[in-house]
Design a protein around this ligand. Structure first.
Ligand code: ADP
Ligand code: MG
Ligand code: ZN
Length: 481
């Protein structure tokens, strides 16, 4: 049966590290990096006799995430132990939430080819992260780093509502932007603060039952998530078409070979022997507590988009792209405020900046320069110090030497626009003397010839001549001939 006759079913478990200052059950810092085992204490190293104390901020951040994704917030919740053995888990259990998660029954809206679509969220719960194993490249063993052990996470579980890798990417991007807007996670995928377990199955179109799913763990880039789904769907189609059956298992995606490999058989909830953690008290939330968080929720992508349409009169498309990333839209607002040229900031961000980000495979939050630099670039164009052509070259430089402000780059490269009347006239006269045919054409009514002459003058000055002055001066001088 061809691939088109199968429907793809995907559900995601997204883990997001919360940006609280301290860990979930002790006061160690959550900061990324640091020498191995320096952000640790007896609690997160699981020394016997230590007791966890729940960090209230973690509950607040999780409730914020729940409210921003239309969840119901549980008044009555608790922490459970999820038991399993792995060397990066010193207690041999992870403190998580089992049957009473903090948030349930939410949804997130994404844009699809067929219009907006709601992806339902089953739940959001809080839990602790595990440590990290550093494997010796020469096979002499592995060392455990517990800096990350006890860093707070929320796990956002979706219903199997996603139907393609494009929908998954849109969903992940939407979640990322919501979490950034409410400032509960920095969502740096390259540092693992946002990662997803991707569950994939297929079924013949029209079938009501779900097929058996496989799960790809810990995916942390949009690109590999999309590639992994495409690969896994093809693999499942092939297995079924050859008369085989899909085994429910956990897979590992390998970015280098572009394939998935079996990691282990899937375990069921009963394998984890979940039970309430006797060291922690139940979590009771009052209506006032929840209402207070609700009243103080920051602006979300949707309302910011509305504001852009009404306040700045941006087009739907412009507002969509800018607000899809909090970083990008903050940059837009800040740069616009500094330079006062909203239209130009939108144009630069959506055309040249986006193009270069794409080429370099960077996300907006990896833009190396700040809003001040972008605003200065635009001011330099507006003041006539540089032409737009030169500005494009300056922008390229800003990506490679972000520590230099545009004015500095221009000064060092000698790219200041020629706006001196005498100098412009000299260039114009030289080009006119070399292009008598174009002069004749222009006089004969071919307006295009003027563009050609200006182009020649730009070439001669390596893009540095002021184009408006060139235009004016050419017309004046031709009229004298
Ligand atoms: P666990 O992985 O902990 O056993 P669940 O059974 O709750 O948990 O499912 C986890 C994820 O798998 C959810 O996001 C859910 O939407 C997704 N999922 C469940 N069944 C399927 C299926 N047949 N195909 C694709 N995804 C599925
Ligand atoms: Mg799972
Ligand atoms: Zn600690």
């Amino acid at each position: 049966m061809p691939r088109e006759d199968y429907e793809v079913i995907i559900g995601l478990e997204v883990h997001s590290e919360l940006s609280t200052k301290t860990k979930i059950f002790c006061s160690c810092p959550t900061e990324f990096g640091g020498a191995p085992n320096t952000h640790t204490c007896p609690v997160c190293m699981a020394m016997p006799g230590t007791l966890p104390v729940l960090n209230e901020k973690v509950v607040e951040y999780a409730v914020k995430a729940g409210l921003a994704t239309n969840c119901e917030i549980s008044r009555d919740s608790k922490n459970d132990r999820k038991n399993y053995f792995y060397p990066d888990l010193p207690k041999s259990y992870q403190i998580s939430q089992f049957d009473k998660p903090l948030c349930e029954h939410g949804y997130v809206e994404i844009e699809t080819e067929n219009g907006p679509k709601r992806i339902r969220l089953t739940r959001i719960h809080i839990e602790e992260d595990a440590g990290k194993l550093n494997h010796d490249p020469y096979g002499r063993g592995s060392l455990v780093d517990l800096n990350r052990a006890g860093v707070p996470l929320i796990e956002i579980v979706s219903e199997p509502d996603l139907r393609s890798s494009q929908e998954v990417e849109a969903y992940m991007r939407k979640l990322k932007s919501i979490l950034e807007y409410i400032e509960v996670s920095d969502c740096k995928m390259q540092e693992g603060s946002l990662r997803a377990d991707v569950n994939v199955s297929i079924r013949p179109k029209g079938s009501k039952e779900y097929g058996t799913r496989t799960e790809m763990k810990n995916m942390n880039s949009f690109r590999s998530i999309v590639r992994a789904i495409e690969y896994e769907v093809e693999r499942q189609v092939e297995v079924i078409d050859n008369g085989g059956t899909i085994t429910q298992e956990t897979l590992r995606w390998d970015d280098v070979s572009g394939k998935t490999f079996p990691m282990r058989d899937k375990e069921d909830a009963q394998d984890y022997r979940y039970f309430p953690d006797p060291d922690l008290v139940a979590i009771r939330l009052s209506d006032e507590y929840i209402q207070n968080i609700k009243d103080n929720l920051p602006e979300l992508p949707e309302s910011r988009k509305e504001r852009y349409l009404n306040e700045y009169h941006l087009t739907e498309k412009e507002a969509n792209i800018l607000t899809s990333s909090k970083y990008l839209s903050d940059m837009f607002e800040k740069a616009s405020k500094i330079c006062g040229n909203i239209k130009s900031v939108v144009n630069w961000l959506l055309s040249d900046v986006s193009r270069i980000l794409n080429e370099k495979e960077l996300e907006p939050d990896q833009m190396p320069f700040n809003a001040e630099a972008l605003a200065e670039l635009i001011t330099l164009i507006d003041k006539g110090t540089i032409s737009s052509a030169i500005a494009k070259k300056v922008l390229e430089e800003m990506f490679t030497t972000p520590e230099k402000m545009p004015s500095k780059i221009i000064e060092e490269k000698g790219w200041v626009q020629i706006s001196d009347e005498g100098a412009i006239k000299e260039v114009v006269l030289q080009i006119l003397s070399q292009n008598s045919q174009s002069v004749a054409d222009y006089k004969a009514g071919k307006d295009k010839a003027l563009g050609f002459l200006v182009g020649q003058a730009m070439k001669l000055t390596k893009g540095k001549a002021n184009p408006q002055m060139l235009n004016k001066m050419f017309i004046e001088e031709i009229n004298k001939i």
